[in-house]
Design a protein around this ligand. Structure first.
Ligand SMILES: Cc1cc2nc3c(=O)[nH]c(=O)nc-3n(C[C@H](O)[C@H](O)[C@H](O)COP(=O)(O)OP(=O)(O)OC[C@H]3O[C@@H](n4cnc5c(N)ncnc54)[C@H](O)[C@@H]3O)c2cc1C
Ligand code: FES
Length: 261
């Protein structure tokens, strides 16, 4: 893990509210594992001391990129930054996805919106190609379809309004696929919490292993403040674990979606 001042090389709109930021980060980029994140301080933000977490989307040599959606003051300030300006980034952080072993399970990726960002490196580094199920409310929420297809993955799109791909929720084609067979398959998911919860339930129902990346608000990002804790099942009961250090990727079977009484 490094805390570095990174220089913006590009920061361009992808679709609608989604942007792609590329930074030069020679110490962080080469060390990134799929599913890890960077904790970024955005200087134009008045409360700049509070960093924002983003999955590391792509890595190329000494650079990495983020794919982010403008949802509030931090991401809106980030979208106004220009090439040549600098940011402070801590990374790579967290426990990422387990890359399938050669000849191992076939991965089925499930992404909602910017969840695609957390899954790209896994798709790139997996020795087996599989299927990526991507869902969003509207066509503009479907990101990187072409880039996953160029890696040799089959991409199945769903939108809630039917403006692109199949109409409905991303879990529908996933269930159809699992009904065809479950042996030798594993799910990897990133997206909004209701989607992750549905994926965890489907994994349990079909008896398929699953890793999910939790999207939990964070402050310090390095295990100190306990803002990001979630209840996790253990051999003897349950305990709180930190999404920033023990996660953000967890085995779906151990995530408790409510705090036990
Ligand atoms: C491990 C991890 C990886 C992430 N990766 C990405 C990514 O690749 N791309 C991306 O666009 N975003 C990602 N996020 C979410 C991102 O961190 C938040 O959208 C961002 O912090 C919002 O900052 P803001 O100042 O713009 O919004 P704020 O002004 O702080 O909040 C605006 C709105 O966004 C909501 N919000 C804030 N944080 C989150 C969050 N973590 N999840 C959902 N809603 C939130 C708030 O409740 C509020 O409604 C990730 C979060 C985590 C924990
Ligand atoms: S964000 Fe501070 S402990 Fe996880």
């Amino acid at each position: 893990m490094f805390e570095d001042t990174v220089t913006i090389l590009a920061n361009e709109r992808e679709t609608d509210a989604y942007f792609r930021l590329v930074v030069s980060a020679p110490r962080i980029a080469p060390r990134v594992q799929p599913g890890q994140f960077a904790h970024v301080r955005i200087p134009p933000l008045r409360e700049a001391l509070l960093r924002r977490p983003f999955s590391i989307f792509q890595v190329a040599g000494d650079t990495f990129s983020l794919l982010y959606k403008t949802v509030g003051k931090g991401t809106e300030a980030l979208a106004r930054m220009r090439p040549g300006e600098t940011l402070s980034a801590i990374g790579p952080l967290g426990q990422g996805f387990t890359v399938p072993a050669p000849g191992g399970e076939t991965p089925l990726l499930v992404a909602g919106g910017y969840g695609m960002a957390a899954l790209y490196l896994l798709a790139q580094r997996s020795p087996q190609r599989g299927v990526v199920f991507v869902g969003g409310r509207r066509r503009v929420d479907i990101l990187c379809e072409r880039e996953f297809a160029e890696l040799g993955w089959e991409v199945r799109v769903t939108t809630e309004d039917g403006s692109h791909g199949e109409r409905g929720l991303v879990t529908q084609p996933l269930v159809t696929e699992l009904r065809r067979g479950t042996t030798g398959r594993k799910l990897f998911a990133c997206g909004p919490t209701p989607m992750l919860r549905a994926v965890a339930r489907i994994a349990e129902e079909f008896g398929v292993p699953a890793e999910i990346s939790l999207d939990q608000p964070m402050c310090c990002g390095v295990g100190v403040c306990l803002t990001c804790v979630v209840p996790i099942r253990t051999a003897t009961g349950w305990e709180y674990q930190r999404t920033c250090t023990e996660g953000p990727v967890f085995d779906a079977r151990v995530v408790l979606w409510e705090v036990p009484e």
